[in-house]
Write a new protein. Structure first.
Length: 307
């Protein structure tokens, strides 16, 4: 295949207009990811979602963009489940254009008043606030809150590959005030519970579990100090008045041993300085929440908290 058709998925009509014959377009070395689309390069070395979006991109018409769950994954927002092979692409068209249809695609019709798009990773995609509103009818309330937390997070450790915050709380409020589409009620319930500082979905879910049990709301990723005011590190969920830190203990030991070792050293520093630590693992959050709440309450009471 001549350039540029040897480097990207392409529409059959585009290749035919460039003089590539019908016989070549039927070649057995060409994949057919969608009707009217061909590609020669294997895309299995790419992120699976990016590969699937690249396959579909030649079919996008003006005013069409990736949206809903697909946009959320492109924004790397925390969702309750990983991308599966059977998860369709979500594509929106601005009204009055009809929602797109096709194998492996869920089409939506969007209004310019409620939805705007931008470019992300080379694709037209719902802007991040529109994406949050699109998720409102699709996600459970707590996960919608977790996505909101991720959108407004201003990371304490700067990372050029993570240019958050994607939006501010005020931007979410402003857009929601003009939104009346499907999911508006769910978004209105979620927004007051969105907080600055939550760095992961489990941290958000753990915070919500604590609050709904009637325990005091913790501060998020707060600096922890010793009696002399020396900085010891940041805690996930912190109660400075009662010197209690609740930490969600994720899979760092499996994915990043050095990070896990640093966390152990940090936590030991908290304990040596007189802070009570409650470390919560995955099972403690999802399988045994009542046990976790009892541990947190005991630590708070030992620090002097009274309901």
């Amino acid at each position: 295949m001549p350039p540029p058709f040897d480097r990207r998925p392409f529409a059959v009509a585009e290749a035919a207009a460039a003089g590539i014959g019908e016989g070549r377009l039927r070649g057995r070395d060409l994949a057919r990811p969608h009707h009217g689309i061909r590609r020669i390069l294997p895309l299995d070395t790419l992120d699976p979602l990016i590969a699937r979006c690249a396959d579909y991109a030649p079919l996008l018409r003006p005013g069409q963009f990736f949206s809903h769950l697909t946009a959320a994954r492109l924004w790397r927002l925390p969702l309750p489940h990983d991308l599966g092979d059977d998860e369709p692409l979500h594509v929106s068209s601005l009204a009055p254009a009809r929602a797109p249809r096709g194998r492996g695609v869920v089409g939506h019709q969007a209004t310019a008043r409620h939805r705007t798009s931008t470019r992300l990773l080379g694709f037209p995609v719902s802007d991040v606030v529109s994406t949050w509103l699109e998720l409102a009818p699709l996600l459970p309330l707590d996960d919608l809150i977790a996505v909101g937390d991720a959108i407004v997070l201003d990371p304490a450790v700067l990372d050029p590959l993570d240019p958050r915050p994607y939006a501010t709380l005020e931007e979410l409020r402003r857009r929601l005030s003009h939104f009346s589409g499907r999911g508006a009620r769910a978004a209105a319930s979620a927004l007051p519970q969105v907080r600055l500082g939550a760095e992961s979905r489990p941290e958000t879910l753990l915070r919500l579990l604590i609050i709904r049990a009637g325990l005091p709301e913790p501060l998020l990723n707060l600096p922890v100090t010793d009696a002399a005011g020396r900085f010891l590190g940041r805690g996930d969920l912190v109660y400075p008045d009662w010197r209690v830190v609740v930490e969600y203990d994720g899979d760092q030991h499996r994915t990043d041993p050095r990070q896990y070792d640093r966390n152990i050293t940090r936590i030991e520093g908290f304990q040596n300085a007189g802070w009570r630590m409650v470390r919560v693992r995955k099972a403690g959050l999802f399988a045994h929440p009542s046990t976790t709440l009892a541990r947190i309450e005991r630590a708070l009471r030992a620090g002097g908290w009274r309901p």
